[in-house]
Design a protein around this ligand. Structure first.
Ligand SMILES: [Mg+2]
Length: 486
């Protein structure tokens, strides 16, 4: 089965508003609950009829749980449905059927369930762990849905996700065990409570004997690393910047976000992913940092060369393991030009990813003076830009090279728009640029912006005239062998 082909989703229970965004109608709650009850009852009659007589069944789904100071209502049935839906995702991942459907069912249910959070049932010292477990659970369902939406379904991503789901489900079972301990004695024979007890018996793995709070804490730690790695691997592309930054922000602020915050943010994000709508109210967590980003320039340099990473000097073939292809001439380019220029790598990728690659390329750290990453970009209308005015450098002596001209649109005169490189072994672009860039420094060009404009215009004219070696012709202009027309 080709898991990458995302099948069309059944449309029957999805409502949309005038903008075609998904609307989760809370009026549906009653019907959904009724169906769930029916299904549940059919499923469980057999198990429970053996040991429960009709007389002592207390049919109330809302029971009272004993908390430290008072008694609070707990909707046991919703708890059962929640576990069932979460387990279905895990189960479908294991057998590799389209688990996005079960993820969407979980998410739809989580929208209407009266269980906002279980946190209120716990002592202050346990609240953070329970809150985090709930957030991870929700995130795991969202990720199960997103990897279909983004077409990232493959053996590795599914395995990774299976792990995440396994721990979140284990946490939910632990929470149920803890809640059962708090249920008042008069409800011990309630049919829903008995179902919960059966569930725990069935799904609490033997290896998990031990303090439930300790297991949840341990699982949360595993989940933090696992989820962080997941988003770093699968949402590292600049296009997925929004997704990455929202997850990253949530994970790094778990202690102060609530489950409701997370739900709102991620539901909006999902709408955005499906419809690429600009009207969603997704809170955008990127902060446009003010400059200057760089310390004063080293005295041996007067000129600065800002260089993009992806598809300018490298291309990463494998999203899961960072195995870059390096553009021909990259090392020569860096070693020769670092004599003339302060070289700054400016990438919209994340630090960990970029550093892994740059440490391979510049292993002795002698060519690249500074590295700037995603947080240094300036976000404008969902695009991140490289605003080189924030570097703290003289713009008349600064050049930026990027394969996406949008990235340097704020200072387009400073930019060299380089051909996107994927894997062409015969590419000569960097070799060709070396002498041109060298000459700019040797000739002590007063304002690189003027020089680059002339080079650009000349190159275009040469291309149009059919010159196949415009770089060497341009070089002749720079060295004065030919005169540039003003
Ligand atoms: Mg690039």
């Amino acid at each position: 089965m080709n898991l990458n082909n995302r099948p069309a989703r059944p449309q029957n229970n999805i409502k949309r508003n005038s903008k075609n965004e998904i609307v989760l109608n809370t009026n549906n709650k009653e019907n959904i609950i009724k169906t769930e009850i029916k299904n549940k009852e059919e499923k469980n009659t057999e198990i429970n009829s053996k040991n429960i007589s009709n007389e002592n069944i207390n049919n109330s789904k809302m029971i009272m749980a004993v908390t430290k100071d008072t008694r609070l209502p707990l909707n046991v049935e919703d708890l059962l449905i929640q576990e069932d839906k979460l387990y279905k995702i895990l189960d479908n991942i294991r057998i590799k059927v389209n688990f996005n459907f079960s993820a969407e069912e979980y998410l739809e249910f989580s929208h209407i369930t009266s269980i906002q959070t279980f946190v209120i049932f716990f002592d202050e010292k346990y609240k953070e762990n329970i809150n985090n477990a709930q957030i991870y659970e929700f995130i795991s369902a969202v990720l199960s849905d997103f990897i279909y939406l983004k077409n990232f379904v493959n053996e590795k991503s599914v395995d990774h996700l299976k792990n995440i789901l396994f721990y979140t489900h284990q946490n939910l079972i632990m929470i149920i065990v803890l809640l059962l301990k708090q249920i008042g004695i008069e409800y011990q024979n309630n049919i829903w409570v008995l179902k919960l007890k059966d569930l725990v018996k069935l799904k609490r793995a033997e290896s998990m004997n031990g303090d439930e709070h300790f297991i949840i804490e341990l699982n949360n730690r595993l989940l933090f690393n696992s989820v962080i790695n997941f988003i770093k691997i699968y949402f590292k592309n600049p296009n997925d910047y929004k997704i990455f930054s929202i997850f990253n922000e949530i994970l790094n602020n778990l202690y102060r976000v609530t489950l409701d915050n997370v739900k709102n943010n991620l539901f909006n994000l999902k709408n955005m992913l499906i419809y690429s709508s600009e009207n969603t109210s997704t809170s955008f967590v990127h902060i446009n940092l003010p400059g200057p980003f760089l310390p004063p320039i080293n005295k041996k340099y007067e000129y600065t060369l800002v260089l993009d990473l992806d598809e300018t000097i490298i291309h990463c073939i494998d999203q899961q393991e960072i195995t870059p292809l390096i553009r021909p001439g990259t090392k020569e380019f860096l070693s020769e030009l670092s004599i003339y220029y302060e070289i700054v790598i400016f990438t919209a990728s994340i630090k960990e990813y970029a550093d892994t690659i740059l440490n391979l390329i510049d292993e002795n750290k002698k060519w690249i003076s500074h590295r700037l990453y995603r947080p240094h970009t300036t976000v404008l209308k969902s695009t991140y830009l490289k605003d080189i005015s924030k570097l703290g450098r003289d713009l008349s002596k600064t050049i930026i090279i990027d394969n996406a001209c949008d990235n340097f649109q704020l200072q387009s005169d400073n930019g060299i728009f380089i051909k996107t490189w994927i894997d062409d072994k015969d590419d000569k672009t960097l070799y060709n640029l070396i002498p041109v860039l060298k000459e700019i420094v040797i000739k002590k060009i007063k304002d690189v912006r003027k020089a680059l404009r002339k080079i650009r215009d000349t190159m275009i004219r040469l291309y149009v005239k059919g010159d196949n070696t415009p770089y060497s012709t341009v070089l002749q202009y720079i060295t004065g062998e030919k005169k540039l027309k003003e």
